[in-house]
Ligand binder design. Structure first.
Ligand code: VNL
Length: 383
């Protein structure tokens, strides 16, 4: 009798454990939380946590558990963490990826394991095409660059020098800019490529200034923007009559105030501004600041927030079924109103479709903001 009851208790406990495990859906979030790209991981984590804070942890009767991992910005670490999360923690989805090479590193892993991966930052066009299990909520560089190239054409830019980080998104941005500027009758005189790691911008900026172009087109990943723009301003480039432009990574909301008044008037185009005028964004910015000691959200923070939203909605659409092949289908065609504006996931490409705004740096209440003045609606990656 005693043996029987012990056995029963053990069986009951095992069943309870199994039932609890089935009620929890784990989601991995892999990002650089330390190292030179730490600002990116901090924004992703803040955005993801805020989503749960404002919307709860439940989807139907399932509890969504986020597991954060720091890849320090090293692709081999991203790959190993992805494998561990999938094999040991049995996550249903992985997400994050603060740089293009970090996203590319997990492609073969997710294809083999059939586990969806939601890209919250990385912006090189070709990434999503490298695995049928990728879906992207961030942006692509050609998508974000085309409108500012158009603005340059319309504002008399005939000659330009491009300076960009020498890797996927920089090459994509520079190519998108050149294509549109030259179609509009302008010319890119020089393309200057700075290394991604520990760049010294000084010699490049001197060359660019000496070339006296109508415009200097810039791209660096958002966490590097403060260092670049300080030097651009110190050299007086905006004041020398050269229009300094780029995708909005270079006037990153997280660092904009530290760039100084020298960036006032600078025009960029981008999918997100902390100054975006909508009730959804007002609430998002307010709550984000409240939860993060007054820190302002940037494009990466909104990527973390929207990434978790998309995961919730895909799980909900599938009634809690987390089979990877079914789950990736559920992401296709999702649409929602983000703090950045209306967005959707292109069912064909699994890439995000969104508004891209042309903005100008202005001062409001003593702070610098990217103030939107023109909208290109429902933009796909132009390829
Ligand atoms: C990338 C593109 C990273 C744009 C960024 O910041 C960015 C990338 C971290 O694809 O590596 O602003």
């Amino acid at each position: 009798m005693k043996a029987l009851s012990t056995g029963l208790v053990a069986a009951t406990l095992a069943l309870t454990g199994a039932a609890q495990a089935q009620d929890v859906i784990k989601v991995g979030v892999i990002a650089p939380m330390t190292g030179p790209q730490a600002a990116s991981g901090q924004q992703i984590m803040a955005g993801a946590k805020l989503y749960q804070q404002l919307n709860g942890t439940k989807v139907g009767n399932k509890t969504i558990e986020l597991i954060f991992k720091d890849d320090t910005g090293v692709p081999d670490v991203t790959r190993r963490l992805a494998q561990e999360l999938i094999v040991n923690d049995k996550v249903a989805v992985i997400s994050g990826f603060g740089l293009t090479p970090l996203a590319l590193a997990v492609g073969p892993v997710i294809t083999q394991a059939k586990v969806p991966a939601v890209i919250m930052v990385a912006g090189t066009s070709m990434i999503v095409g490298t695995s049928p299990y990728f879906v992207r909520v961030s942006f692509t560089l050609p998508q974000n660059t085309a409108p500012v190239a158009q603005w340059a054409v319309e504002n008399g830019v005939k000659s330009a020098v491009s300076l960009f980080s020498d890797y996927g998104p920089g090459l994509d941005a520079a190519a998108a800019f050149k294509k549109r500027l030259e179609a509009g009758g302008g010319k890119v005189m020089q393309e200057l490529k700075a290394p991604l790691a520990d760049p010294d911008f000084a010699p490049f900026l001197q060359r660019a200034k000496d070339a006296k172009p109508d415009a200097l087109f810039l791209f660096v990943p958002a966490p590097t923007a403060g260092a670049l723009m300080k030097q651009v301003v110190d050299r007086g480039i905006p004041q020398s009559g050269i229009k300094v432009i780029g995708p909005g990574d270079v006037t990153d909301d997280d660092q904009l105030n530290g760039m100084g008044d020298g960036v006032l008037g600078m025009v960029t185009s981008y999918n997100y501004s902390a100054a975006h005028d909508s009730p959804e964004n007002k609430k998002f910015v307010e709550e984000f600041k409240k939860a993060n000691n007054g820190r302002r959200p940037n494009v990466i923070g909104v990527g973390g927030y929207d990434g978790i939203h998309a995961i919730y909605k895909a799980i909900e659409k599938n009634g809690g079924n987390t089979d990877g092949t079914k789950l990736i289908e559920a992401f296709k065609g999702l649409s929602w109103v983000s703090p950045r504006g209306p967005v959707s996931i292109d069912p064909e490409t699994r890439d995000i479709v969104q508004n891209v705004y042309v903005r100008k740096v202005e001062k409001k209440d003593g702070e610098l903001y990217n103030v939107e003045f023109k909208t290109y609606e429902n933009q796909k990656d132009p390829k």
